[in-house]
Design a binder for this molecule. Sequence first.
Ligand code: BG6
Length: 484
Amino acid sequence: MVSRVIPVDPFDLVIFGGTGDLARRKILPGLFRRFTAGQMPGDARVIGAARSELDDDGFRKMISDAISEFIPKDERDPKDVKAFLEHLHYVAIDARGTDGWNALGKLMRKDVVHAFYFSVSPNLFGDLAERLHEHKIIGADCRIVVEKPFGRDLASARSLNDTLAKHFNEDQIYRIDHYLGKETVQNLMAVRFGNILFEPLWNAQYIDHVQITVAETVGVGGRGEYYDKSGAMRDMVQNHLMQLLCLTAMEPPAKFDPDAVRDEKLKVIRALDPVPHDDIVRGQYGGADGQPSYKEDAENSSSTTESFIAMKIHIANWRWNGTPFYLRTGKRMRNQVSEIAVRFKEPPHSIFDEDAGTNANELTIRLQPNEGMDLRVTIKEPGPGGMRLIEVPLDMTFADALEQNGSDVPDAYERLIMDVIRGNQTLFMRGDEVEAAWAWTDPLIESWKERGDKPKPYDPGTAGPEDALMLLHRDGRRWREIKP
Ligand code: BG6
């Protein structure tokens, strides 16, 4: 099945930080794929803006190399690459000075959508906004896109929001959390609100608990300096896992529109109870088989930053009272798994003999890899010998069910950039949402700092520290296995 492509309006997209890692790895390869899918209008322009003294040709060469590096060979026809590169332009610009701004102003066309992607360090956001304003490059139909991390605590997030608000309205600001662009994350909303089947059971009366896991096999090597100041809480929980939690727990919005969806997510964040320190386990990977430990990767031998975190969260509202949400995420774990597992309660009364066994249903939404859904149901074990119950999976891998191949499914960045051009903010974080997430996160971080808490060591290639297992064991539950 080939996905339906709806072309977007003509645009000029300026990427500040156009020669940086994100632009080369994700943004421009993503745009190339939208181009080959036929979604980019013929006169669309992508303008790289950065400090390096390049011209259009130099930038095109750089992006041609990036496409060769990040797009598989069978998905890049040289003719397409050549045609795509013609859409690219470059302006050498000084975010804090005057160089390049007049040239950028002249390049921008009237009557097309203007989008400015701030793929730069957040401490330049204010300068960029100011220069765009000074040089009158901001038109009415303009949007800005900002990347995570959006602040490192409530105070810095507020100050960033205030800085941007000087020149842009909230409906012009697109704060990216790339998890929201993932196909299966959106599927979570489709599954919950597009079916009658799940919603009546989607509450504390029928759901025993929810597990959200984002496990990665990679370490932090290469970005240790950033990561050591963030840790798993700031890098993953405050944003990506929080978004997954919100989409799982929120009330049905009245419409699938930006504010209706974001209002409901915000209510979930505001209903989160503070987490007692006994309900948080932080871990840090050691080294093994010649692979560096976290401390070596971070080049900080006394680091107390967590590369793993597990926590038990309560949402204090009518729907979820008594149903814990267990979250865990970590680096250098046994396997790459991102999933949301909803464990239902057992039936209230069994009509079968005690030795028939009992099972609880479980719905798992696999975000990656192998995107799909798995519903565990109870059936009779086939064969003679009376009624014995077993659990079987109703397992669906989306790619098989929809006869898709990987290239039909847009990557998160592709979708999100096209949403920016379309002016659809549903999959972007609103300012108050980000602030509420920090308001919940800050006291947890402060509390472990005050206590001088040190993360528990764990072996790479495992499911994290032992204490994380205990977090569920002591409640009579167990984590889903992270299979090798
Ligand atoms: C990023 C984090 O936002 O998300 C990284 O900074 C993490 O530490 C990455 O590895 C995970 O994204 P994905 O799409 O690979 O699950």
